[in-house]
Design a binder for this molecule. Structure first.
Ligand code: Q46
Ligand code: ZN
Ligand code: ZN
Length: 302
């Protein structure tokens, strides 16, 4: 297959666009797509400070690398979860991030190790709390959200960016739709605006397929951790991803259409947020915004 732009040998073929590109032109095409998404949803400008949540995986490292290339002020945040999974998942993730920043001397990395900061790793907290019994994802999600918001507010970052790609978003959308989670549907978006001290949350890769992000990371020479978090293996979200992959195989672009048409429906007024918007106030212990009276869910957990 030949590159549509220059006729050289193509390294990557995107069925959904009927577009094959060589390495050089793929490295041009991909950032253009991300830049377009950032502009289309007014995610942030070059004057804003962006905190990128990095896990050591392809999506977050590709995103960070790309934002630096595009001239954005993007600093990284790594949260050490203390997850082993028999192969040192958390340690390996941090190693990949450290290797990445040696290739980008301008990159600033913030790290928060959960066990060192709060006394217990994610699997340890999960084992002791009703909320996390059996599966630590519930406590993990809560803790990550809290730490991201805290670092963003302490470091004066107005924007928090995550590496969620189209496959992630489409899988979450499928889950929310199957259960008609109207509250979640009203909040699922490429941008969640800032509110009462909580940073704006953005997903600049939300219109790009997972395999497109992986191809970008590989062509760009970014070394990332291939293994998923051991607790993600066999998760419902992964099952939804498999279903959507099947669908995509039979009819290319269906994943993208599913997500994009959902966003269009939202713009037209479907999935309105519930009337009574809950007020946020500072937690009595840590000062972070919360809807819960008294202590926030994070402080209550510990
Ligand atoms: S929530 Fe669950 Fe993830 Fe935390 S424990 Fe791993 S899989 S990292 S996105
Ligand atoms: Zn080319
Ligand atoms: Zn608190």
């Amino acid at each position: 297959m030949k590159c549509r732009k220059c006729g050289q040998r193509a390294v990557f073929n995107m069925r959904r666009h009927k577009l094959a590109l060589c390495a050089e032109h793929y490295l041009e095409w991909f950032p253009e797509q991300v830049e377009r998404t950032i502009g289309r949803y007014r995610m942030f400008t070059r004057d804003e400070r962006v905190l990128v949540a990095v896990s050591g995986g392809k999506d977050s490292l590709a995103l960070w690398d790309l934002l630096l290339d595009l001239g954005y002020h993007a600093e990284g945040l790594y949260i050490g979860l203390g997850i082993d999974g028999g192969f040192g998942y958390s340690e390996l993730s941090l190693e990949k991030i450290k290797a990445f920043i040696t290739t980008r001397p301008e990159a600033v990395l913030h790290t928060v190790d959960i066990a060192k900061t709060y006394g217990q790793s994610i699997p340890e907290v999960a084992a002791h709390k009703r909320r996390g019994r059996g599966k630590p994802c519930a406590v993990c999600g809560l803790i990550k959200r809290y730490v991201m918001n805290r670092v963003a507010s302490e470091g004066d970052f107005g924007v928090l960016a995550t590496g969620h790609n189209l496959d992630d978003e489409a899988a979450v959308l499928l889950g929310n739709t199957l259960h008609w989670q109207t509250g979640y549907l009203s909040r699922q978006a490429p941008v969640l605006e800032e509110k009462d001290g909580l940073a704006r949350k953005v997903k600049p890769l939300c219109r790009l397929y997972e395999r497109e992000v992986a191809a970008y990371a590989i062509v760009k020479g970014i070394d990332y951790i291939y293994e998923e978090c051991p607790y993600a293996v066999g998760s419902t979200t992964n099952r939804y991803k498999e279903l959507l992959n099947q669908l995509e195989l039979d009819s290319p672009s269906s994943k993208l259409q599913f997500y994009i048409n959902f966003l269009k429906a939202k713009e037209q007024g479907f999935f309105q947020p519930a009337e009574a918007q809950v007020e946020l106030h500072p937690c009595e212990n840590c000062g972070q915004p919360t809807t819960a009276p008294g202590l926030c869910t994070f402080c209550r957990l510990w």
